[in-house]
Design a protein around this ligand. Sequence first.
Ligand code: GH3
Ligand code: MG
Ligand code: MG
Length: 301
Amino acid sequence: MSYLAALTYWVIVALWLTVLGTIVSFYIRNPQTFGTTRFLLAILSVDAVRNLIENLYFGLYFGSVYGVLPANLEAVLGVPGLLIVPKLLNVLASCVVLTLLLWRWLPLAVKEHGEAKQRASDLETLAAVDFLTGVYTRRHFETLARIELARAQRYIRPLSVLMIDIDHFKAVNDRFGHAAGDRVLQNVAAMCLAEKRDPDVLARIGGEEFALMLPETTATAAVEFAERLRHQVREGAPTLDGEKISVTISIGVAGASIRTSGIEALLQQADQALYEAKRSGRDQVARARIPERGSVPEAAE
Ligand code: GH3
Ligand code: MG
Ligand code: MG
């Protein structure tokens, strides 16, 4: 029994040595240990060292008390003044550990959490916003449009979609260069943003193709809006080195109905109308030809 009691401390010493050894080897193998983890490991190391010293002390002391180790050790380590040292060390180390945890690690962890959240939100924005024009991406547009279509169908409200394509854009690139082409794209996006109402959603869904969703707008009103936009773009062509870059757009318009099977179907209708506008000579607005049965009456606007 006495052997077992003396042995207990050495088992604890071995355990803490393992902990310390693991931490040290972790540090050596991963010198670039990240953020708060590094700090937490340092705190754990302080505590491991404290445990090692304390248990080593009592391992020697009780080993000698139970006759496992030389008896003179008991005489040295058993002095009441010395016996209290490991306990004082215990308290001191706990204070250091607690202070480090509360004053350094906790604020660091909170800060890191905030930064990680910001990074995640930045990534989300990156996926939702087109870097060149600042308008939404196709993916985000479809998400928003899906919700809006469901709402329009649920409450039998009008909803229209415009598919906008810049005419002969390749020629703009070829003649003025890619950078000028980019400027034209930004210019068209800016004009769409300026013309649209707040709840309307604009996205760049292809190279030189934009989609605009108009909630609470019948196809007839959407065609009127599209005509206005078309004129605006033609009049507001940007200039490069004093020369006006002629820009026109073709627009396909489609109105949703309660039978519209999904946002993809609505976009496809608008796309077909756009194709018609292109076929009719470009710089045109065309409306999707066959309004489906069950479409929202114009009077509903
Ligand atoms: P259409 O009137 O039939 O629409 O003819 P288009 O020339 O506008 O259409 P086409 O599909 O032939 O060419 C589109 C061009 O858009 C080709 C591509 O190089 C260009 N493009 C796509 N993305 C970008 C971009 O981010 N910046 C620039 N500058 N050009 C782009
Ligand atoms: Mg085009
Ligand atoms: Mg195109």
